[in-house]
Design a protein around this ligand. Structure first.
Ligand code: BES
Ligand code: MN
Ligand code: ZN
Length: 502
């Protein structure tokens, strides 16, 4: 996809022009006259007719005797004072969906109504690029036949933004493209079924990302190394599978940051979650291939760090296993001594995410003196019940870190909502036999997951993101979100890390 930013329409594409208009500025369209008198006449007639009111995402497609542009789409931008980054994403994705359905490869977008951007020039460029790249995602890897490339149709797309102010808009376009390309790579990996993606495949993806990039280093612990280190949470969950578990470490250390303490990001990598002996009901079980969405996000974040050359040391950790029933499986009632030496009574083998994350969080807090630890996990079905697929649940042990995450979530387009972790919830994981148990019975499912994880973090600011809600969308394409894996976490974490020092 080639994205161009110019001042005037002289070098723009003539197949289609997209004209966004604010609801409360329908009378202020004289700027169109300066671009094309004919176009102005057409738009004015429509507005005078009262048929187009500029309501957010309302749109009209018109065809005209080709003077300059062959077609135009008028699209409502809503009220000017209500515009924000996420609305701009939705707006451009909506216009692009029409362009896609008309099979138009090159088109022009007039940005004049938005300029000067009330959001930054950089932010504007970024959200447009993100929305376009994300909206063109198409997962075809497992279709037979020729046209199997996921972004083949994406390659020859040209979009020209007209009326762009000087400044950082173009830089924003570039940043947005890098991030969104990586989100799409994550979507691909997460959509891949578990017969084609086992823990070792995730390790292989990690090695590939680190190949040829000096700032990135990859280490993988196999099952023998896991045994040596008594990482029994990960080992137990992976025990019944013929595909052994792994622990993956990706270290991004920019040259000038060798002495720095890292931010550690951790992602749950359950390549398939059958529930194990506490077997899940069959309905919808096929979706449990996405139980490694947290791991996918870590891969996407680490790749983005290196490509954006962010001046910040970041370590990515991925505990990964396949949760299966079988003769060797861990069982309800078992007591596991975790890497941290905390003993856990297994109530449900389906509460496996916290078992593997516990070892990873222990590793993060003892191997590094991290500035912060942030984990991402499709941890609980309850998260979906609480928030639907509109927000990520956040919990943690440090107000400053949580405030930081909430602050940057807005612009990233990935909403987060905090759930409480009052100490009283600790009662819910008390065990008769062991130090704690891995499931708290009915109620507060998402919080109990967080409360369990908290036990394994030592002396570091930590936040837990339950992405079970947003990492997958059922139903049809909506805006820039495509059916299936969403690549949740990548945009949010990159935004947080990018702003770490300001
Ligand atoms: N991977 C699931 C959570 C999940 C469910 C994610 C549905 C996305 C969609 C997780 O391992 C799990 O099974 N959690 C249990 C926890 C319970 C046994 C304490 C759950 O949510 O029921
Ligand atoms: Mn489970
Ligand atoms: Zn799971």
């Amino acid at each position: 996809m080639r994205l161009k930013a110019v001042q005037s329409i002289s070098t723009s594409y003539k197949e289609l022009v997209v004209i966004p208009l604010f609801e409360n500025e329908l009378k202020k369209i004289n700027w169109i006259k300066k671009i094309d008198g004919n176009l102005f006449g057409r738009v004015k007639n429509i507005i005078d007719s009262g048929d187009f009111k500029g309501k957010f995402l309302s749109s009209l497609t018109l065809y005209r005797d080709a003077k300059v542009f062959k077609r135009m789409i008028l699209i409502g931008a809503g009220k000017k004072r209500e515009i924000n980054q996420e609305k701009l994403r939705k707006l451009i994705a909506s216009a692009d969906n029409s362009a896609q359905s008309f099979n138009i490869k090159s088109y022009t977008v007039l940005l004049n109504p938005f300029v000067p951007f009330t959001i930054s020039n950089y932010g504007a460029g970024r959200v447009f690029a993100e929305a376009l790249v994300l909206s063109r995602f198409n997962f075809k890897k497992f279709k037979s036949g020729k046209n199997k490339s996921d972004d083949k149709d994406k390659k020859d797309i040209n979009v020209c933004f007209v009326g762009v102010p000087r400044g950082d808009f173009k830089k924003g376009l570039l940043y947005g493209q890098i991030i969104a390309d990586n989100v799409n790579i994550v979507r691909k990996i997460v959509n891949t079924p578990s017969n084609a993606l086992i823990p070792e495949s995730i390790a292989e993806e990690a090695r590939n990302i680190c190949k040829n990039i000096p700032a990135l280093n990859c280490t993988v612990f196999d099952e023998k190394e896991l045994e040596k280190r008594a990482m029994n949470g990960i080992l137990s969950v992976g025990k019944a599978s013929v595909n052994p578990p792994r622990f993956i470490i990706i270290d991004y250390t920019p040259e000038e940051k060798k002495e720095d303490k890292p931010i550690v990001v951790v992602g749950k990598g359950v390549s398939f979650d059958s529930g194990g002996i506490s077997l899940k009901p069959p309905g919808g079980m096929e979706k449990m291939k996405y139980d490694m969405a947290g791991a996918g996000a870590v891969l996407g974040i680490m790749k983005s760090m290196a490509e954006l050359k962010l001046p910040q040391r970041v370590v990515g950790l991925i505990p990964t296993a396949e949760n299966m029933p079988g003769g060797k499986a861990y069982k309800p009632g078992d007591v596991i001594t975790m890497a941290s030496e905390i003993t856990v009574e297994v109530i449900s083998t389906d509460a496996e995410g916290r078992m593997i994350l516990a070892d990873a969080l222990h590793y993060a807090s003892t191997e590094y003196k991290p500035k912060a630890i942030i984990d991402m996990a499709t941890l609980t079905g309850a998260c979906m019940v609480a928030l639907g697929n509109k927000a990520i649940a956040v919990m943690g042990n440090n107000r400053g870190l949580i405030r930081r995450i909430i602050k940057h979530s807005e612009n990233s387009g990935e909403r987060v909502w905090e759930l409480p972790m009052w100490d009283d919830y600790d009662d819910m994981i008390k065990s008769e036999t062991a130090d704690i148990k891995n499931s708290g019975g009915p109620g507060a499912g998402t919080i109990v997951g967080g409360v369990f994880l908290r036990k394994f973090v030592k002396n570091a600011p930590w936040a837990h993101l339950d992405i079970a809600s947003t990492a997958w969308v059922d139903g049809n394409k909506k805006g820039y979100l495509c059916k299936g894996a969403t690549g949740a976490g990548v945009r949010l974490l990159c935004e947080i890390i990018r702003h770490w020092n300001n």
